[in-house]
Design a protein around this ligand. Structure first.
Ligand code: UGA
Length: 440
């Protein structure tokens, strides 16, 4: 919305939320999320044509277009628990829009939703007694965290789905005109509603599948003498495969991949396609395996016990350049190490606060340490779990000197210079490559 406000000065954009604390933070000098480049844009348009408010009803009444971006987490109860999307917030919002609106509006699905949700929402929206007209348009979001502003400024494509009726097409055009302020027309793809909804889930499923595929190969590389980075480079040079999303890791995280794949799995089951459901479910299972395999490797190399040993986790965020720790493999690794009774210290440049919140009652057992050198002091092992470039620039000789001996380093992102670390004296365990150990 900040980018829309910046690029479309003639439009007034108001962001509303029921959470007053969040709105207050958006109005303050310290925005509630870290996203490179976002501060500047928000500060440049705030109170000009970008506003933040908790007055939801008044803003619904005044708006011509409403982007609904409420959360759609995985259901934790009832039918489809653990897989289907929980649509209660969406439905509540739709009902609130009908109750309050006195004039026609375009309602944009921005939240990621299962296919055919728009249909249900349209029925709710058009059930009002006032006979107000609503057109529902699906405009799924493809930006990634950490590069959100850059992705929004220069998207590969903008996808807008609507009904093939005159008013449906007019609504699609209205939304397309907003993006056309800065996105070339040929990158604005218009489809029917269902294709737009499904494309969002499928895009994430394909990306996650690539990570799981290369992670599966990393396990095989560790048993053979192949090197996963070399394999990724070799296959990525094939233009049909391409080089992106082939970086082996301790697993993918974030609020989207797992949720969206499980959602896809649920849809397949719902439509009576169990084989298709199992196929996609395996992407998630592979991701869980990669994380548990990482900790098993730690245990096996550290003489089969980490009980009472201090372990420093470098990184809590699910990837670099974000403060987000939702579904972060780092927190899963942390929980497993706690269950093994390790003494865990976590360091991260931006994500310590959200790590503390997301760990819940386990947070009490963890030390949060902003300084990586202090985190590693007296530790038996360092496990690098987030690909923050700053972790590659540390003085590992100093870290080595401060650690318990023999020191172990597990690189869950293959970010560091393994040969150099080995020369310093570490026992180094990369992903999908032979370990570099001393005194075998
Ligand atoms: C993802 C998609 O990339 C966006 O296009 C989409 O809009 C977004 O979900 C969403 O649904 O809202 P995001 O979750 O921000 O974006 O993060 P990604 O950059 O896709 O990374 C996901 C995970 O995969 C991270 O944990 C990352 O470290 C991991 N990853 C990525 C790898 O392990 N290896 C790779 O080669 C690439």
């Amino acid at each position: 919305m900040a980018v829309i406000a910046q690029r479309c000065p003639e439009h007034k954009v108001t962001v509303v939320d029921i959470n007053a604390e969040r709105i207050a933070a958006w109005k303050s000098d310290r925005l509630p999320i870290y996203e490179p480049g976002l501060d500047e844009i928000v500060f440049s348009v705030r109170d000009k044509n970008l506003f933040f408010s908790t007055e939801i009803e008044r803003n619904i009444t005044e708006a011509d277009i409403i982007y609904v971006s409420v959360n759609t987490p995985t259901k934790t109860f009832g039918q489809g628990a653990g897989r289907a999307a929980d649509l209660q917030y969406w439905e509540k919002t739709a009902r609130q829009i009908v109750r309050i609106s006195t004039g026609p509006k375009i309602v944009v699905e921005k939240s990621t939703l299962p296919v055919r949700t728009a249909e249900a929402m349209e029925r709710i929206l058009n059930s009002g007694e006032r006979g107000v007209r609503f057109d529902v348009v699906s405009n799924p979001e493809f930006l990634a965290e950490g590069t959100a502003v850059a992705d929004m400024q220069n998207p590969d494509r903008v996808l807008i789905g609507g009904h093939d009726t005159p008013t449906g097409q007019k609504a699609v055009e209205t939304i397309a005109d907003i993006y056309a302020h800065w996105v070339p027309r040929e990158r604005i793809i218009t489809t029917n509603l269902w294709s737009a909804e499904l494309s969002k889930l499928v895009a994430n499923a394909f990306l996650a599948q690539r990570v799981s595929s290369i992670n599966a190969i990393s396990a095989l590389c560790e048993r053979t003498e192949a090197d996963v980075a070399e394999v990724a480079r070799a296959i990525g040079r094939d233009g049909r495969i391409g080089s992106k999303f082939l970086q082996a890791s301790v697993g993918f995280g974030g609020s989207c991949f797992k949720k969206d794949i499980l959602n896809l799995v649920y849809l397949c089951e719902y439509y009576g396609l169990p084989e298709v459901a199992r196929y996609w479910e395996q992407v998630v299972l592979m991701n869980e395996y990669q994380q548990s395999r990482f900790v098993s490797n730690m245990l096996a190399s550290m003489f089969n016990t980490v009980a009472g040993k201090r372990i420093a986790l470098f990184g809590a965020a699910f990837k670099a350049h974000t403060s987000d720790t939702r579904e972060s493999p780092a927190l899963n690794v942390c929980r497993t190490l706690l269950a093994e009774r390790a003494e865990v210290v976590i360091t991260d440049p931006y994500a310590l606060e959200s790590a503390r919140a997301d760990l819940g009652c386990d947070a009490k057992k963890v030390r949060f340490e902003p300084d990586p050198y202090a985190a590693a002091a007296e530790a038996h092992a360092v496990a690098l779990l987030t690909d923050w470039p700053s972790f590659a620039e540390l003085d590992y000789k100093a870290i080595y000197d401060g650690m318990a001996k023999p020191p172990f380093l597990f690189d869950g992102r293959n970010l560091l210079d393994h040969r150099k670390l080995h020369e310093i004296g570490f026992n180094v365990y990369p992903l999908g490559k032979p370990p570099l150990v001393h005194d075998k």
